[in-house]
Design a protein around this ligand. Structure first.
Ligand code: FPP
Length: 237
């Protein structure tokens, strides 16, 4: 599939949905779907890095996901541990800068330490920024930004008149990242599920019925080609 290198998205965000259904359709426990989901994530990260897509954000765990059964959360934490452990050398080799957005303080201590280590050691990666959204919720992110901003005003560091969109977005987790140009959601659901609400004001959406474990590099290229066929006007004519 031919992509125009001049019109690649600078930032692609993905809602990786459908692991559970993938497993159920095969009569397997949900765990198998998540395990396949991690394999897919690795393949898509590699592909994005090759193209390259400068920023890739993956919705790996939402704030709402803490309400899943304890056993499923334990499985997801183990997969995250394995991922961070095995992928640090891979990220260093590929020139990937790793970051997370979300409530890092809610994770077990060892995972928080692994996240910090991955962020520190990959900080000079220049090929691609990989962002994992972990315990992330967009409304909570916006409320947090409002609170930080209110504190800054109270302390006299910022005056209310100075507050504009640029200043406000500087208080979001995504402060130094471009807004997503393209958002992909797999598994047929057509909603944003509290993901990057502020940042997606002008984002192009791509929905596919393919379940996340079945989302191949070819499907990813299809989404990018579809994006390149669109005319983006940002409210202009
Ligand atoms: C959606 O499937 C996926 C999640 C809840 C997040 C888990 C994501 C992964 C395991 C892949 C990436 C992980 C890493 C560490 C990069 P679902 O369980 O909501 O599926 P369903 O809607 O079919 O039940």
């Amino acid at each position: 599939m031919e992509l125009d290198p001049e019109r690649l998205p600078r930032h692609v965000a993905i809602i990786m949905d459908g692991n559970g259904r993938w497993a159920r359709r095969r009569g397997l426990p949900r765990f198998f779907g998540h395990r396949e989901g991690v394999k897919t994530a690795k393949r898509i990260i590699t592909k994005a890095c090759e193209i390259p897509i400068p920023v890739l954000t993956l919705y790996a765990f939402s704030r709402e996901n803490w309400q899943r059964p304890r056993e499923e959360i334990a499985v997801l934490m183990d997969l995250l541990r394995d991922y961070l452990r095995s992928e640090l050398p891979v990220m260093l080799e590929k020139g990937i800068r790793f970051r997370i957005i979300g409530e890092r303080e809610r994770f077990p201590q060892d995972i928080q330490e692994m996240i910090a280590r991955c962020e520190e050691e990959t900080a000079s990666g220049h090929r691609m920024t990989l962002v994992l959204a972990l315990s992330y919720g967009s409304r909570a992110e916006i409320v947090r930004a409002a609170r930080l901003l209110a504190q800054a005003v109270r302390e006299g560091r910022i005056s209310p008149e100075e507050i504009d969109e640029t200043l406000f977005s500087g208080f979001l987790y995504t402060a130094d990242l471009p807004d997503p140009d393209l958002l992909i959601r797999t598994s047929g659901e057509k909603r944003l599920s509290n993901f990057l609400l502020y940042q997606c004001a002008y984002t192009e959406f791509y929905f596919t019925p393919v379940l996340w474990p079945d989302f191949t590099e070819e499907e990813f290229l299809k989404a990018l080609a579809d994006y390149q066929r669109r005319e983006r006007r940002f409210g202009r004519i």
